[in-house]
Design a protein around this ligand. Structure first.
Ligand code: 13P
Length: 254
């Protein structure tokens, strides 16, 4: 089964307008220059830049999305942004369940699943994040924790092409540390098996599973060559066009 690779950037709470728009323009320009790209590119700027980035990248084939969404469609929810509003801007997707939201805002698997369902309701693609802490890995619980997160966070109606899973070990995010390739492949194969049990083998075989956590130009080729790794979710290195593009370029002619 060949699954199309997805190179995704999560800008987190970074970038003001001018720098953010020029970063997006630069990536979109390079992507558009490829005649038949064999991979997809996704960028998730902060809410404040979504509209400007969508406008700047229109017609380039780059996919833009938000980093979070509310469950409700509209109403008395001060400060929240609904997936319908994100869709209304021209976005194609949203990230839910990032470990920083789970940690900073107490988001549970149940809430993450509700957000994922809301995103699907609005017609957005959704990237659902899972990943264990260092303590959980050292206690030998990484697979069990991620298995539970998948069961709790992925909606029953999830379909390949609409739902993407990102495995991001918490201890690898922003630290420069990554699991060994063997550990990443073990986790991704385990996730695919868990998704097979949950959603059936056809869906699980087609579903894109990303790796995230200190993906850099110097380790991307190896991580992205693992059989069950279908792309990367990139934080720090997505903020520099050259670094992000160097990661994407590992997928040229593949
Ligand atoms: P870094 O690439 O900075 O480790 O961040 C990964 C991440 O959290 C992407 O969502």
């Amino acid at each position: 089964m060949t699954r199309r690779k997805l190179i995704a950037g999560n800008w987190k709470m970074n970038c003001y307008k001018e720098a953010g728009v020029s970063l997006a323009l630069e990536i979109a320009r390079r992507y558009k220059a490829l005649s038949t790209p064999s991979f997809d590119v996704f960028m998730a700027p902060p809410f404040t830049l979504l509209d400007a980035v969508v406008q700047a990248t229109k017609g380039t084939g780059v996919w833009i999305g938000a980093q979070d969404c509310a469950v409700e469609e509209k109403g008395a929810h001060t400060g929240d942004v609904s997936p319908e509003m994100i869709k209304d801007l021209g976005c194609g997707g949203v990230i839910v369940g990032h470990s920083e939201r789970r940690a900073d805002h107490g988001e549970t698997d149940t809430l993450v699943k509700e957000k994922a369902k809301a995103a699907l309701r609005a017609g957005l693609g959704v990237i659902i994040c899972v990943g264990e802490t260092l303590q959980e890995r050292e206690a030998g619980q990484a697979l069990a924790v991620v298995g539970q997160q998948l069961k709790g966070s992925v909606p029953e109606e999830a379909e390949a092409g609409k739902v993407v899973i990102a495995y991001e070990p918490v201890w690898a995010i922003g630290t420069g540390k990554t699991p060994t390739s063997a550990d990443v492949q073990e986790m991704h194969a385990f996730m695919r098996q868990t998704l097979t049990d949950m959603l059936g083998s056809e869906t699980a075989q087609k579903m894109q599973l990303l790796y995230g956590g200190s993906v850099k130009p110097n380790n991307a080729a190896e991580l992205l060559s693992l059989p069950d790794v279908d792309g990367a979710l990139i934080g720090g290195a997505s903020l520099k066009a050259d670094d992000f593009w160097a990661i994407a370029e590992t997928q040229l002619q593949k």
